[in-house]
Design a protein around this ligand. Structure first.
Ligand code: MLT
Length: 264
């Protein structure tokens, strides 16, 4: 589906019936990374997966991207759908956006699932690396970004033995608009430190992390969860950073258990 939301054409999918779950994807992917969650959860939930601005079938304007802007897009989409509140699932960059969503629109957040994400802001070196990556995207295109990102996103085991997952992730990244890639990098480089927010989160929260995640290491994600009152953290076996794609059965089971209130 597609509609004019917050000044751009925004695309999303809406499957199933039940309590709404809204999924925000990682950098630089799109909503199709959540296909295994649509397949595994839509029998129990209304599953809404969004192409963030700059990705998939959404517009990719050549302009400044910010986490506030992404959060505003999601707020307007929920209003368009007539949803007052939802449970949100965000992986990595999707998680960064959820911190912003919670800061700006806490009343819309019923519960949070923060997957393979971090609360800390970028260090100056990490910010500079974002700038360099944006220049690579501009000069050599999205396929070059796929080459750089694959070893960060997938575990060595997935890269070696799961050609289907590897090729799919590569194709998604290679198809991403350069304006969206650069926009995300700018937004992530400028994001605030969300660590002070953690103790103030009062909604049920689940953290998930692939046991082989090198981009947001399990120890860091577990430490983040310890600062959120009542939060639990689940390690996803046989998975790296894209834990939802690398081990969808374990990811979906953890999410369903959380939604059933068993893991709060
Ligand atoms: C992501 O998966 O969204 C990225 O690894 C986030 C980041 O680069 O910080």
């Amino acid at each position: 589906m597609k509609a004019r939301i917050n000044g751009i054409d925004l695309a999303w999918s809406d499957d199933g019936h039940g309590p709404p779950l809204v999924f925000l994807h990682a950098f630089p992917l799109n909503r199709t990374m959540w296909d295994p969650q649509v397949a595994g959860l839509a029998h129990r939930h209304r599953v809404i997966t969004v192409d963030l601005r700059g990705h998939g079938e959404s517009d990719a304007p050549l302009w400044r991207y910010t986490l506030d802007g992404f959060a505003d897009d999601i707020k307007h989409l929920l209003e368009h759908l007539g949803l007052a509140r939802a449970t949100f699932v965000g992986l990595s960059m999707g998680g960064y956006i959820l911190f912003e969503m919670y800061r700006r629109y806490p009343g819309m957040v019923h519960a949070l699932a923060l997957a393979d994400t971090r609360a800390a802001a970028d260090t100056p070196d990490a910010g500079a690396a974002r700038f360099s990556m944006a220049q690579v995207a501009y000069r050599r295109g999205a396929a070059a970004i796929a080459d750089l990102m694959l070893p960060k996103l997938l575990s060595p085991r997935t890269l070696e033995h799961r050609a289907d997952v590897r090729d799919r992730v590569r194709a998604i990244i290679a198809g991403a608009p350069v304006s969206g890639i650069a926009g995300d990098l700018m937004a992530m480089a400028e994001r605030p430190d969300s660590t002070p927010l953690l103790p103030r989160i009062t909604v049920p929260t689940l953290a998930l992390v692939g046991e082989d995640d090198r981009a947001s290491p399990p120890d860091e994600v577990e430490a983040m969860a310890r600062h959120i009152p009542g939060a639990t953290c689940v390690r996803i076996t046989h998975a790296g950073h894209l834990s939802n794609l690398e081990n969808p059965d374990a990811f979906n089971a953890a999410l369903l258990k959380f939604c059933d209130g068993k893991a709060r």
